[in-house]
Ligand binder design. Structure first.
Ligand SMILES: [Zn+2]
Length: 215
């Protein structure tokens, strides 16, 4: 027979063990909160878009509420992008840099367009983007063309990709065509570079997008 005081001590120790085990288990089980509300878009056959899963995108911590798209804003990378660089390998590094260096939840843009005019998904469209400049990108669908179009010429394939993607987004999110703009329309920047911006300024992009949407 155990003396009452010894039994009390044993019960206390058991209770402590239980509390410790519970604490350990709940720590181990605590899930990292991930972005689960990812909106998947259904692209038409004539608009091939590389899905984010294809380049090894990983979900980040959900830190931003969803936004409603009411603008489409065009950017350039702003730095040289070598034609030899493998974009499928570049994008995971861009995602890591965005998270670790900038403390953003993801790549700041929703879509990336490469030198050949291929389109890649980046940040999920339902999450607002990020910027180094002074405008608030909430409500903006953001696309970024890799390369620097302050010094380089935008190609026909790239322009077609911009127009195709913009027309799709404008239709999908009911964005009025006068809300299709360049980064420099909102902030002090050269982005998206003068050779790309001229197609926004002279109405080429908006006209082509309107025609595509009517078809
Ligand atoms: Zn920009």
């Amino acid at each position: 027979m155990i003396a009452p005081s010894a039994r009390g001590r044993m019960l206390f120790v058991l209770l402590l063990c239980g509390v410790a085990a519970f604490a350990l288990l709940s720590c181990a089980k605590k899930p990292i909160e991930r972005a689960t509300n990812i909106v998947q878009l259904d692209y038409p056959a004539e608009l091939p878009v590389v899905r984010r899963e294809h380049w090894g995108w990983t979900p980040g911590e959900q830190a931003l509420p969803d936004h409603t798209i009411n603008r489409i804003t065009i950017h350039h990378g702003g730095e040289e992008f070598s034609a030899e660089k493998d974009v499928l390998k570049y994008l995971p590094g861009f995602q890591t840099w965005s998270r670790e260096e900038k403390h953003w939840i993801d790549i700041p843009y929703h879509f990336i367009i490469d030198l050949k005019g291929n389109i890649y998904e980046a940040r999920p469209i339902n999450l607002p983007g990020d910027t180094n400049t002074s405008y608030d990108p909430t409500g903006h669908a953001l696309m970024c063309v890799l390369g620097n179009y302050e010094n380089h010429i935008i190609s026909k394939d790239q322009l077609n990709a911009i127009i195709g993607l913009t027309a799709f987004l404008a239709k999908r999110f009911s964005v009025p065509v006068d809300s299709i703009r360049g980064h420099k329309d909102y902030a002090e920047t050269l982005c998206p570079g003068k050779d790309l911006y001229r197609y926004l300024r002279d109405g080429t992009i908006v006209k082509a997008v309107s025609e595509k949407m009517e078809r």
